[in-house]
Design a protein. Sequence first.
Length: 228
Amino acid sequence: MVGLSIASGAIAQKQTEADTGTNIPIPRRARLPETPGLSAADRGRIAMAEFARCTVDRQSGRVARLLTLPAEDVNTSALAPMADSECLASGMMRFKPMLLRGALFVELYRRRSEAGIRKVAWQLPAVPFDANTQATTVDGDRNIQMGLLVLAQCVVEHDPVDAKAVVMARTASPAQNAAFAALAPNISQCLPSGQKLTLGKIILEGALGEVLYRGVVPPVRPASQESK
């Protein structure tokens, strides 16, 4: 799987400060948290969530265009332009495209949910996820992503409350970890019989966020004999 890599730059940071007339960059850039006791994985999850938040703020046009694509057409070339150093406070980030993809959908779902609570109109619809889309044998990354979304759809159908709790809770927070634990039995239930799958929380969080944000294409039910 192709990875994306970005490095922060002092020039970009100074320009942002000049544009805003303050030493506090707006939108806030992503940075590794310094909270004691966090694992390296949790630090990375939080930094990716912060990067997605900044990306939605700074690149609203590209994000809107991304939402016009069906799930199977969101690929590295669609995500690569969003790996922008202006959203990184310092250092370097390397990540797989699916991690940025998932973090963007999680951020969008949170914002849409909050807009609904405030009764504010939301203007960024997305193409619903169609689990019946045929996988290809050529693009392995696409097949993996579509498989993750099918799994996430099953989990959401079995336990929408805990699935939404995972996505709405602050990334890597105790509340989100508790929601993941509550959701675990349904993840196992959605795997084919006898199959085991180890997924990082960042990957599952992103897949759940995308399915929840997109919604799903209603299944086509065969016509009954009476309706024929």
